[in-house]
Ligand binder design. Structure first.
Ligand code: DGJ
Length: 361
């Protein structure tokens, strides 16, 4: 969708309070944006004033120009039924919505932690709707691809973890021997029967219509990329590991001129750290790491933010990040910055304000 005229010169103010049509700071954290019927829809976590747990659910806002947003209410509500997987008070993070052209349904994926169990469930969750803004109906949650090994854990590695599993599990964490066992897939094997852990996550729809779930797995040590079924509601069983044992969170994936890019963070809870950049010619890998895409002042801490999504706007890309405020979660801020390409590599530089028309300069 081409944004022209006055809409294109409207300004983003990264890190500032961002008011919706009601004059209230937008409450859609860890979010993502889709473009449907010439309108953008932003989905994110509703954060309360005092807790990061999900007391409301996933909110939706809509916009024609990406700067002025209308509150469309709660797209996926948490449940008052204590026995529900998405009971009020669960942890429901990083929702991403994709549109399935075949089924004409909107599919929401999110990271789900069962109420009262901290971050131990490490599940994905899926909800669907016939209408972009919702309401979405929760359909299922779980761990990824039980009883299936990843496509890039083969041969000697699989034999090693199978025949030395007990010894490997007894290794002291963070020792060179333990890292070696992790690289060989020790935790893949540990979680084989239950399915792979899925925490920070995103969903990417490729140009050929195939969709992929990308998530922090194996105790946040390793990212995995899992192919989704044609209706986007489940995994096919095909998945790969990447950045093995390197501890990445907050994956955001985009594609430009046939090349895949992924921006992630390290694992430091709600505190910011240095962004990481990966590239690949095939979504299943191999992925190669490049230097931090952020440059200039504040670059070493991603300007205080953590990646959540990269939005493609007519072939230009917007980096979206969250500035978390764990003491006052609803006051968390958004950093949206343009991605520039220099020598065919993405660069992100801080701007106090900017507009879509800057892309053409
Ligand atoms: C970092 C993750 O990226 C967030 O989504 C959230 O899970 C926090 N950790 C919790 O500490």
């Amino acid at each position: 969708m081409q944004i022209v005229g006055r809409g294109a010169s409207k300004k983003f103010y990264p890190g500032e309070i961002w008011k919706d049509n009601n004059g209230v700071h937008i409450n859609a954290h860890g979010g993502g944006v889709i473009n449907y019927n010439s309108t953008y829809y932003w989905f994110g976590e509703y954060k309360s004033d005092t807790t990061s747990s999900a007391m409301v659910g996933v909110t939706c806002y809509s916009s024609k120009n990406l700067v002025d947003w209308t509150n469309r209410g709660v797209a996926l509500a948490v449940s008052d039924d204590e026995s529900s997987d998405i009971a009020k008070g669960c942890i429901l993070e990083r929702p991403k919505v994709v549109y399935n052209k075949k089924t004409k349904k909107f599919v929401m994926w999110f990271h789900l932690e069962l109420k009262g169990n901290g971050y131990s469930a490490a599940r994905y969750g899926v909800a669907v709707s016939n209408n972009v803004a919702g309401p979405y109906k929760y359909i299922h949650s779980g761990r990824v691809n039980p009883n299936i090994y990843p496509i890039n854990m083969i041969g000697k590695d699989t034999v090693d973890v199978n025949s030395h599993y007990t010894d490997m599990m007894a290794l002291k964490w963070w020792t060179p021997e333990w890292y070696d066992a992790i690289k060989k897939g020790l935790f893949v094997k540990r979680d084989l029967a239950s399915g792979q852990m899925a925490r920070d996550q995103t969903v990417f729809v490729d140009e050929d219509g195939k969709a992929y779930h990308i998530y922090s797995s194996e105790d946040n040590l390793t990212l995995q990329i899992a192919e989704l079924t044609d209706d986007y509601t489940a995994h096919t069983g095909k998945y790969a590991r990447m950045a093995i044992s390197e501890m990445n969170e907050a994956p955001a994936v985009f594609k430009r001129n046939g090349v895949y890019w992924m921006i992630t963070s390290g694992c430091t809870g709600w505190a910011p750290n240095k962004a990481r950049l990966f590239t690949a010619n095939n979504i299943m890998g191999p992925w190669k790491q490049l230097p931090n895409p952020c440059i200039g002042k504040g670059a070493d801490l991603t300007f205080g933010g953590q990646s959540t999504y990269v939005l493609n706007v007519n072939g230009e890309f917007i980096f979206m990040a969250d500035v978390w405020r764990p003491e006052h979660p609803s006051d968390a801020r958004y950093i949206w910055l343009p991605i520039e390409f220099k020598n065919d590599k993405p660069i992100i530089e801080w701007r106090d304000s900017w507009s879509l028309s800057d892309f053409n300069k």
